[in-house]
Design a protein around this ligand. Structure first.
Ligand code: G
Ligand code: MN
Length: 441
């Protein structure tokens, strides 16, 4: 998204607010723009919007605890109550949106970061007073907020991702806090474009792959592409070590990664018995057809790898800024034959809500459920019901993190047909696995 469309969006959001008055909540909890009904309280028209705005991402602390100790209905009512309080507390000209996963997004235009932080802090403290009746008494929760100053050339999606980092910092130090990130275009830990280019040229940065087996025939059904950074000191960094930073610079990924990705997938997509390659994608990739992430898809996926040999895994940490836009993109990709998976299902944001909202083809069940096999039976019960759930939705299940023969056997017995894990095959450079597979490993 370019700067202009970002500001269009921002102004749309501003126009979507009806000041202090409450508006009916839409079914999907997202307030859509209402251009024909601008509020009298608006302080500026779209053309006059300042180049400086602050974005605040707010989240109820330990909402999960409410769902567990009370029930989902109580959690839902608490969310609605907080939603109402925040809307009423919005300053004039501010924008408000409820995101997927129950987070609140507040735009505070024409405001310095310091001033916006004070404002957000007041809103947060007010919303902390929300009280709802639960089955065994009243329930309240604190809120945390993450704030970033945005600039005119930053996309909305990236600003939200940065605010998400600030919010995570607030949560890490115990929640009930407002955290800001410095007014820098990027966090300083992000590698420069030159460093990434050099790492690709020297093959320090490359894809490894890990096979995914059909557990019935023990023949590979596909491979997962895993980006690896071979550091000069000999350490091989997994995505946790650097992906986080790369995710915040999707335009670099859009330009630099297609060749790497195609090179990794090609040996598997071609040949006598082609198999799929699955790539991990974040919310930035799903942020509409004009997003840098989607350019990555169109150059990599749709032009150069046959769609039927391609799977995209939505990672469990993917923040999906606009679910409708993501759903539209998923529909288009699936119509072309690309399959979509939910990665690490059962953890993070890879949850039933996401499964309900997005038509996906594959559930990759988080390794935690496989790890617990052979204990008191809870994991087996959960896995069995996931098999039933997936069967009802006509979705394939892949068990992740299979580390022992016994685990492979148990998941197979439970009706899971596909598996991935160290016991079946470790990640290795794509060319190594291509050779092993060609030789019948
Ligand atoms: O979140 P995702 O499923 O995309 O993570 C893939 C990561 O899991 C890779 O980094 C890979 O090395 C790791 N991995 C793959 N198989 C196993 C396994 O059997 N056990 C553990 N602990 N990690 C695994
Ligand atoms: Mn994955």
């Amino acid at each position: 998204m370019n700067g202009a469309s970002f500001w269009n969006l921002l102004t749309q959001r501003i126009f979507s607010i009806s000041g202090w008055a409450l508006r009916p909540r839409l079914a999907d909890n997202i307030v859509e723009p209402a251009f024909n009904a601008p509020s009298r309280r608006m302080s500026s028209s779209p053309a006059q919007v300042s180049q400086a705005a602050t974005l605040a991402l707010m989240d109820i602390d330990d909402l999960k605890g409410v769902n567990v100790t009370a029930d989902f209905d109580t959690g839902d009512r608490l969310l609605n109550e907080v939603d109402d309080i925040l809307r009423r507390a919005l300053p004039c000209g501010a924008g408000f949106e409820r995101l997927e996963s129950g987070r609140f997004l507040v735009w505070l235009p024409k405001m310095s970061l310091e001033c916006a932080a004070k404002m957000a802090e007041q809103m947060r403290l007010l919303a902390c007073q929300a009280l709802v009746d639960g089955p065994s008494g009243r329930v309240a929760r604190t809120l945390s907020a993450g704030l970033v100053a945005t600039s005119s050339n930053e996309s909305r999606a990236r600003a939200i991702l940065r605010a998400d980092v600030a919010l995570a910092n607030a949560k890490r130090i115990g929640g009930n806090k407002t955290e800001t990130t410095p007014n820098l275009p990027m966090p300083s830990l992000v590698p420069s474009r030159e460093q990434i280019e050099e790492a690709i040229t020297t093959r320090a940065l490359e894809y490894h792959v890990q096979p995914i087996f059909d557990l019935r025939s023990m023949v590979p059904a596909g491979v997962e592409a895993l980006l690896r950074w071979n550091r000069p000191d000999g350490a091989v960094l997994g995505p946790n070590g650097f992906m986080d930073t790369l995710n915040r610079i999707p335009e670099v990924g859009a330009e630099l990664f297609p060749d790497l990705a195609v090179e990794a997938a090609m040996p598997f997509a071609t040949g006598a018995a082609p198999i799929y390659t699955t790539f991990n994608i974040t919310g930035a990739v799903l942020d509409g057809v004009n997003s840098p992430g989607c350019r990555w898809l169109s150059t990599t996926v749709l032009e150069r790898i046959p769609a039927e040999n391609l799977v995209l895994e939505i990672v469990e940490t993917a923040v999906i800024v606009n679910p409708q836009r993501a759903a539209d993109l998923i529909d288009r990709l699936r119509a072309r034959g690309v399959r979509i998976a939910l990665d690490d299902f059962g953890t993070g944001l890879s949850n039933l809500e996401r499964l309900r909202r997005f038509p996906v083809d594959i559930l990759k069940v988080d390794r935690a459920f496989v790890d617990g096999i052979g204990g008191d039976g809870r994991e087996e019960a959960i896995l069995a019901s996931l098999v039933a759930l997936a069967g009802g939705l006509d979705i394939d299940v892949i068990a992740e993190g299979i580390e022992t023969e016994a685990q492979a056997r148990t998941v197979g017995d439970l009706g899971i047909y596909y598996g991935q894990g160290y016991h079946l095959g470790r990640p290795a450079p794509a060319s190594d696995w291509a050779t092993r597979m060609a030789e019948g490993y």
